[in-house]
Structures are given as structure tokens and as C-alpha cells.
Design a protein around this ligand. Structure first.
Ligand SMILES: Nc1ncnc2c1ncn2[C@@H]1O[C@H](COP(=O)(O)OP(=O)(O)OP(=O)(O)O)[C@@H](O)[C@H]1O
Ligand SMILES: O=P(O)(O)OC[C@@]1(O)O[C@H](CO)[C@@H](O)[C@@H]1O
Length: 307
């Protein structure tokens, strides 16, 4: 089973305002709501691609009920711990420049954290744990390391889609896969990364430090997969970006869905990139038809050879 961990889920409120004016009353041209949080997005994409997962994390209040009910309607298994406060609402403002306001999220008590950790007792070696998204302020910043340490004892693969200090901490734990975007990778090395070559250089350093696989996404510029013995460079298809929220999570969801169907790592990478672009070109997360439509447009270059 694949378990996705979203410590701080959200209701994503995606709203379009034609010419947003600070300090004025703005009215929306369109709006929609979806359950959000990176791990939850990974679970939803995998479900659309025919792979089951179980979503773990903390939810609470009416917004938490919304997230849980939405996932249940999509037949996604959840084992959330219920907390007293409300799950946050994250605002995704589509205007001249895409702008996001992510909420703090509810407080989480120690007893609730203990309850959360019980889910890991039943996990087995063939399981995969996906750690995705930020750590809420009321949780110890070492919580991902604690989870990874349990997974290490059980020889469970860990996939991490996190940024900032949490990403820094995770590198030394040698996860199976990390997926930074080029900004997050640059932040790790205190530099700016703007080209595939630079991303390849720094991504390779992470593999040398023990991370098994690194996918670096560079939005419209393409994506890279660096493994222990090879590097793969993917182009991304051209299209109209309708909503980039969850595009990175879709790369992880697409990749893992293919890995769990025993595709080669190169094929899994292609499906991951197609899923990311399919989400970018959709109003919501990608669906299977859109992923399959884009797949033939993605060319993978392996050490100078185009396939
Ligand atoms: N303009 C674009 N055209 C085509 N594909 C895109 C575009 N932007 C994003 N994508 C797709 O989405 C994937 C992830 O994008 P990006 O590098 O922006 O990751 P991210 O910053 O983690 O995403 P997000 O935080 O928006 O979920 C890319 O690898 C690509 O497949
Ligand atoms: O605040 P975090 O945990 O870093 O990110 C949360 C979030 O922005 O990430 C997802 C898109 O990747 C959204 O569904 C969600 O609102």
C-alpha cells in the first residue's frame, strides 16, 4: 500500500479575479473548491491513474469534514486523525500574477501526534510512504525524521515532496525519491538554478549524498530524473496553463502510480511528467485521458540519446 502523509491538509479555494486591486472590493469571475495539501493531491492523482493509496494526516472542523467527505466520494481510503481546530483554507488567486495565501492550520496536541504514529505500526516492507507538504507550526520540525526512522527500521521506501528546512533534514535520511522544483533545489545549495544543466549538477550532488532518485521539475523548461547510474531529461508539452496548483504533486502521483504497476523508472518518469503537465493544462488535477493524450509528446533524453 502507498500511504500519503499530509500533516497540514487544506481546502483550496481557487478564485479568478480579472484585475485584482489591493485595497478595493474585488469580485470573482469564477471560483471553485477542492481538497488540498500535497499528499492528498498525490493520492487523488494516483486514484485517477488506477492506483490505491491511503491518506494520513490531521484534519478538523467543517473544512476537515469537507476534505474527508470529498476523498470518500472519490473512493480514496483515509485514516486522518481528527483535531479540534478547523483545517485551513488556502487561497489560490488567479489574476495577472498567480498569488497564493496558505493558512496556518489547526493546533495539534501531543496525544493526537501519538495517535497518528499508530498507523505506522501496521506498515510492511513493500509499502511506500509519501511525505508531502509543510509541517504545521505546532508540530516538532523533526516529525518527518521520526517517520523516516520508523520506515528505515521496517525497510519501507520514503518519497518526499517537501521544501526548505524539512528538505534539508530529509536528504541525510537517504529517501527513495525527492522531487524539488528548481527553486527548492537552489535554496538547498544557496544558489539560483535556472537551467537544466545547473539542475543536473546540483541534483547529482544529492544522489551522491545518498538520495536514491531525484526528480527536479523546472515548470515549462522540462524535468530531470537523476538515479544512481543515469540521468534522464524530459521536455514538457506545450499548452495553455489553466491551473498550476498541484502540478508538482501530480508528477509524484504519476511517477508512483507507474512504479507500483512495475513500469521501468524511465517510463515512470515519463508518466510523472505527463501527469504534471496534464494538471497544469486542466482546471483541476489531471485525469487519465489527459495524461495519456500528452504522453507521446514527452521525449526522454538519456545521456545524449533521444528516445
Ligand atoms: N508551463 C508549463 N507547461 C507544461 N507543463 C508544465 C508547466 N508548468 C508546470 N508543468 C508541469 O508540471 C510539473 C511540475 O511543475 P513545477 O516545476 O512548477 O513544479 P512545482 O513548483 O512543484 O509545482 P506546484 O508547486 O505548482 O505544484 C512540470 O514538471 C511539468 O510537467
Ligand atoms: O503549505 P504547503 O503544505 O507547503 O502547501 C499546501 C498547498 O499549497 O500545496 C498543494 C499544491 O502543491 C495545495 O493543494 C496546497 O494548498
Amino acid at each position: 500500500m502507498i500511504y500519503t502523509v499530509t500533516l497540514n491538509p487544506s481546502v483550496d479555494y481557487i478564485t479568478e479575479v480579472a484585475n485584482f486591486e489591493l485595497g478595493a472590493l474585488n469580485r470573482t469571475a469564477s471560483d471553485s473548491k477542492f481538497p488540498g495539501g500535497k499528499g492528498i493531491n498525490v493520492s487523488r492523482v494516483m486514484k485517477r491513474l488506477g492506483v490505491e493509496s491511503s491518506a494520513l494526516g490531521f484534519i478538523g472542523g467543517f473544512t476537515g469534514d469537507y476534505v474527508k467527505d470529498f476523498l470518500t466520494k472519490e473512493n480514496i481510503d483515509t485514516s486522518f486523525i481528527t483535531v479540534k481546530g478547523d483545517t485551513r483554507i488556502n487561497i489560490k488567486l488567479k489574476t495577472n500574477v498567480e498569488t497564493e495565501i496558505n493558512g496556518l492550520g489547526p493546533s495539534i496536541a501531543n496525544s493526537e501526534v501519538e495517535e497518528f504514529f499508530k498507523a505506522f505500526q501496521k506498515m510492511e516492507q513493500q509499502d511506500i510512504v509519501v511525505l508531502a507538504g509543510s509541517i504545521p507550526g505546532t508540530l516538532p520540525s523533526t516529525i518527518y525524521n521520526e517517520i523516516i526512522s520508523i520506515c528505515r527500521d521496517k525497510e519501507i521506501k520514503v518519497v518526499a515532496d517537501v521544501s526548505g528546512d524539512a528538505l534539508k533534514e530529509i536528504i541525510s535520511e537517504k529517501p527513495f525519491l525527492i522531487k524539488p522544483n528548481h527553486h527548492e533545489l537552489g535554496e538547498l545549495f544557496e544558489t539560483e538554478i535556472s537551467s537544466i544543466d545547473e539542475a543536473l549538477h546540483y541534483g547529482r550532488q544529492l544522489v551522491n549524498q545518498g538520495v536514491e532518485n531525484v526528480i527536479v521539475s523546472l515548470a515549462e523548461k522540462g524535468a530531470l530524473l537523476i538515479t544512481g547510474n543515469s540521468s534522464y531529461i524530459a521536455n514538457v508539452p506545450k499548452g495553455k496553463v489553466l491551473n498550476s496548483v498541484g502540478a508538482g504533486d501530480s508528477v509524484v502521483g504519476g511517477f508512483l502510480s507507474a512504479i507500483s504497476k512495475n513500469h521501468s523508472i524511465e517510463d515512470a518518469f515519463r508518466i510523472g511528467v505527463a501527469s504534471g503537465s496534464a494538471t497544469a493544462f486542466s482546471l483541476e488535477l489531471c485525469n487519465k485521458e489527459k495524461v495519456e493524450e500528452l504522453l507521446p509528446q514527452i521525449k526522454i533524453e538519456k545521456e545524449g540519446e533521444v528516445k
